[in-house]
Design a protein around this ligand. Sequence first.
Ligand SMILES: Nc1ncnc2c1ncn2[C@@H]1O[C@H](COP(=O)(O)OP(=O)(O)OP(=O)(O)O)[C@@H](O)[C@H]1O
Length: 260
Amino acid sequence: MNMAKRVEAVDVTAYYGSFKAIDSITMTIEPKSVTALIGPSGCGKSTFLRSINRMHEVTPGAKVQGKLMIDAEDIYHPRVDVTAVRRAIGMVFQRPNPFPTMSIYDNVVAGLRLNGVRKKSTLDDAAESSLRAAHLWSEVSDRLKRPGGGLSGGQQQRLCIARAIAVEPQVLLMDEPCSALDPISTLAIEDLIGELKDRYTVVIVTHNMQQAARVSDRTAFFSIEKTGDPGRLVEFDDTTKIFQNPGEKRTEDYITGRFG
Ligand SMILES: Nc1ncnc2c1ncn2[C@@H]1O[C@H](COP(=O)(O)OP(=O)(O)OP(=O)(O)O)[C@@H](O)[C@H]1O
């Protein structure tokens, strides 16, 4: 099965009210790869990520201009069903956010149920395969009926990843998915990301440059000239190139720790 899709941003500009947060971002994210978005605080990484699944416009007054295509489909076309877009593009957040009182099992299959799946065997199979893919199955298989909120932080984040992939999303967006986790859980999630790219298009925002270097195939470096300016894409290339031989001085300054 090939669910992974290409994400093509053309001149994507996003605002919060009259404040322009990102300006004319153009980049193509290939299917079955991991793309890291890096750059100093406030350069618009999260804003760009949230424009990929139309979450940006949830903020009152926020809007997006430009074109965003998932394969051939323009997801900002007026006739597009926004709910369907958000369901097709999974998202994992900085803080694990399972439904805390809902059982582990119900957390994983929540999206499938929303999509109308009722058959128990289908839900059981999806729960097991998603929890296995998220490397959580062996830790929770004997307590699927217990609340998701009872798991450790790292387990909760893996539960959220299982929940996101249970609906077989075309693209998986991750906004600093390890920032609230300890180093061991972080490495577990990084391993998992490496496996997810066999099936999904993964886009990850990270503050951690070692993490970007470890998990991603391609890296996009965003930056801002000065406070109040919009974030722009400075350089986008293979991760090895960005970290070993960047084409732009600003990228080099950032990755060598001279600013940001
Ligand atoms: N809800 C909001 N309302 C108004 N401005 C916002 C909102 N969210 C973000 N911004 C502004 O938009 C700009 C880009 O923010 P964004 O969170 O996308 O940056 P970032 O690169 O992800 O930052 P960080 O690395 O600190 O998370 C910043 O100037 C930020 O202050």
